[in-house]
Design a protein around this ligand. Sequence first.
Ligand code: G4P
Length: 535
Amino acid sequence: MPLQNVTKPDSSLDEQVKRRRTFAIISHPDAGKTTLTEKLLMYGGAIRSSGTVKARKSHQYAKSDWMEVEKQRGISVASSVMQFEFQDCVINLLDTPGHQDFSEDTYRVLTAVDAALMVIDAAKGVEAQTIKLLEVCRLHRTPVITFINKMDREVREPLELIDEIEHILSIDCAPITWPIGMGKQFAGVFDIARDQMLKFTPGQDRIEIESEMIQGEEHPYLAEKFSLVHAVFKEELEVVREVMPPFDMTRFLAGALSPVFFGSAINNYGVQDILQALVDWAPSPRPREARQRSIAPDSATFTGIVFKIQANMDPHHRDRIAFLRICSGRYRPGLKAVHVRTHKTLRLDHAITFMAQERSHLMAACAGDIIGIPNHGRLRIGDVLTEGEHLDVDGIPHFSPELFRSVRLEDPLRIKQLNKALQELGEEGAIQVFHPLERTGLVLGAVGQLQFETVAHRLQSEYDIHVGFDKFQVHKALWVSAEDINELEHFENANRNRLARDASGALAFLAPTKAILQVTMDKWDEIIFSETREI
Ligand code: G4P
């Protein structure tokens, strides 16, 4: 779907920036992320019917031009950016790749947003992938809105779910709506502050049934039609009102408290509440800290930071797309931007965005928006583009890998080429490359299995290098540092067999097991073991 020129040319930049809401949708696979995305797009008028996003998720790849790995596995390597308008806001929704295509990109997407929408399956509660993603949100103090989905099924007790979110994810919950019953007895969700609810009519749009608003928890409709669940609901509501914290904007913006909504995405229920929360509560683009100064989003000059590189999305184009978050100013075709790392000037003519699978050229974009810049490998993750000023921006970290492979070269004579290729792929952020201090050969680290397959494919197609991978027993790699340089040297000498340098030369401890990691951390208490490393 072509992207409209949503940046009105006559309005001030400040006004445009304030309209932006840029958020990522996160969940464990199968919680309902795709379904909710689709419904959000429907409410935003970006798609007309269900099935569009879903089809993209499942079988449309057979027809598409995406890279071979995707075709074989029928999954998406790309994480998409979808833009639509709702009320007076321009909403940028970033998908976070899940399933087998979970990779460092999934984490990096979270560095490019101002808020996150967390989808929880009410039958399953907090699951592994959500825990990992929330850790990254916490690192960046990203405000999180929670949607507890699938209330039309027999699910877990809502109070138990809230308790689990608070304890496992270490975030306070402020329920905004509360469910009345569940499964076949699901009567709807009650808006706690407004003291009202809409009747739940499966499959219907809430907008269309506004006339069926029910005021007050004692309403006869509830007492008569849902007598079985009504009493339980009233008890729960009392607990919620007494015990749970009210919504607090300051704590929400600091990432300490999450407003919680219940609903059923597939039945459109609660979707409107989420959109309203995004518009009313999610922050508009906030200033970014560069080492030299703070970058205000409404400052007139353009600044952008690359947070993701997508290689070979389309074999016909043989290009790479650098996904860039605009931190300040506006993009317009022809913009001359300085690539801060190389001091070269780039003319940005063909920035693109993605809707479903179509590429479309953007006519304008402003701070808060995400643009894709086709290039031939010049741009890397963490790169900054400005209109001339030298700005260094932190904030796109490498994440501690959890999967490791050693590289087996089919033709040993091509070792030099392999080292160079992996250096490039490592710098680009496709994979993490470790050079063990006391062992020949390279170790690759990833957070998702697909990263290895992507790298093998790219080594073959872009560098003509054929490799195989062998399992390498490492539990976790953590970067090490110390305030006292002598202490670090001491540590390095004592642990050389478990240390490696990454593509940037930073020292990492490759812990073979959890127990060894714990023992080492206990023994070397002046060494700092880090889960992330800033690029
Ligand atoms: P994901 O992107 O997070 O992986 O989840 P997705 O939206 O694909 O949803 C996973 C499954 O949960 C789908 O069923 C979807 O229809 C179902 N689902 C999503 N929201 C709700 C809800 O509110 N209520 C109920 N009962 N189910 C919901 P599926 O059988 O795997 O796929 P499909 O055949 O329905 O497409």
